[in-house]
Design a binder for this molecule. Structure first.
Ligand SMILES: Nc1ncnc2c1ncn2[C@@H]1O[C@H](COP(=O)(O)OP(=O)(O)O)[C@@H](O)[C@H]1O
Ligand SMILES: [Mg+2]
Length: 202
């Protein structure tokens, strides 16, 4: 079973992935908890280039994310699924599509096509979208209220990312469950488990 967690920065993806892994292990499952970008050695190098390198041209950036994804799916995710493990993954192709949709540079459907090619069409069995207001998410990161133009622009960008994720969820209701991530972490975790449990039993 392939589970992905999506949502903006500080939506609680890592917090929920850790809690979900613990719960699955208690239920006797073998879990591979991983993330993109950076879930492999090559991926860690790509992640470093993407997050800490200088300017990367948009198409080069999209190809680097796709290269990370291709290698991660081929060497970590597919082998785990073939063993019968549960893969709990922080971010996958929906992040690429949502962020491109919000950034308005590349066509998000072209970026989806790139990911589909990179992964030979591997889609999650279930995607949990942790939906959090970007202003709340910024408070979690220790940010101040929007005071200057740059922060206001960033809030606007994160609002577009949120809307893009919600649109992806609405377009694929059989794959997505949207969880209100603004509540306490234990309450969110209970909703995440409720979404996963019926799919485990199948
Ligand atoms: N439901 C929640 N309510 C309040 N704070 C949270 C919640 N979930 C996570 N946090 C806190 O918000 C910050 C970002 O959470 P994290 O799980 O790292 O998010 P992400 O992986 O989506 O960036 C952390 O400091 C975490 O402790
Ligand atoms: Mg995280």
């Amino acid at each position: 079973m392939f589970l992905t967690l999506e949502g903006g920065d500080a939506a609680g993806k890592t917090t929920q992935a850790v809690a979900l892994e613990r719960w699955l292990v208690e239920r006797g499952r073998t879990v591979v908890r991983t993330r993109e970008p950076g879930g492999t050695e090559l991926g860690a190098e790509i992640r470093n280039l993407l997050l800490h390198g200088g300017h990367v041209a948009p198409r080069a950036e999209a190809l680097l994310y796709a290269a990370d994804r291709a290698h991660h799916v081929a060497t970590v995710v597919r082998p785990a699924l073939e063993r019968g493990d549960v893969v709990v993954q922080d971010r996958y192709l929906d992040s690429s599509v949502a962020y491109q949709g919000a950034g308005r540079v590349l066509d998000p459907e072209e970026v989806r096509g790139l990911s589909t090619w990179a992964t030979e069409g591997l889609l999650p069995d279930l995607t949990i979208l942790l939906d959090v207001d970007p202003v709340e998410a910024r408070a979690r990161r220790g940010g101040r209220a929007a005071e200057d133009r740059l922060e206001a622009e960033q809030d606007d960008f994160h609002a577009r990312v949120r809307a893009a994720f919600l649109a992806l969820a609405a377009a694929s209701p059989e794959r997505f469950v949207v969880v209100d991530g603004a509540r306490p972490a234990e309450v969110v975790a209970a909703d995440v488990r409720a979404a996963v449990e019926p799919r485990l039993e199948r």
